[in-house]
Design a protein. Structure first.
Length: 189
């Protein structure tokens, strides 16, 4: 599939944004549209059963091995290896949504997972206690939102619009995905 400028479409895509912004959903949709493999970092690299976080050096080794493939979509990249993944990416898609929106999405998602005992991250299950403890995903959102927003804007400035797409509203992201899907469908017809 060619990109809008008529060149080669990105083959390595990183989704970046605040916790709860919709990176995993975006990556899944991109994988479906572009027919590319998707790496879900929490499951593949980050968490082991029992909410044990994998050693950072092992996470990085696994992520870099996956990033050696010719095509991929990462739904995120943890800090210890984020720059490596950015460096190998053809495109970084940033979901720079307002804090209230990503926090609301995170809360709705977390409550739903707790209520239905949904399995996440290698069979782990979120609980009310986990949602409220010092390692809470909600507290992580509050601590990491500002730095992630700065990273996205710095990336856009440093790498330019050819390599970074930064969306500030979900409707912008949906419009872009619809355009990608239309182009992909047209090429497959």
């Amino acid at each position: 599939m060619a990109d809008q400028a008529g060149g080669q479409a990105p083959q390595r895509i990183l989704c970046h944004g605040a916790t709860g912004s919709g990176k995993t959903t975006l990556a899944r949709d991109l994988g479906r549209i572009l027919r590319m493999p998707v790496h879900y970092v929490d499951d593949e690299f980050g968490w082991l059963p029992g909410w044990v976080q994998r050693d950072q050096s092992e996470q990085k080794a696994l992520a870099l091995k996956a990033a050696n493939a010719p095509q991929w979509i990462f739904d995120s990249a943890y800090g210890p290896y984020r720059q490596d993944i950015i460096g190998r990416s053809d495109l970084v898609v940033c979901l720079d949504y307002p804090r209230a929106l990503s926090l609301y999405r995170l809360l709705v998602r977390t409550v739903k997972r707790i209520k239905h005992r949904e399995s996440v991250c290698n069979g782990n299950v979120e609980t009310w206690r986990r949602m409220l403890d010092r390692d809470s995903i909600v507290l992580w959102h509050l601590k990491s939102f500002g730095p992630k927003r700065r990273q996205m804007r710095e990336l856009e400035t440093a790498l330019g619009a050819e390599r970074v797409k930064r969306f500030s509203r979900p409707r912008e992201t949906r419009r872009w995905l619809a355009e990608l899907e239309a182009r992909a469908s047209g090429l497959r017809s």
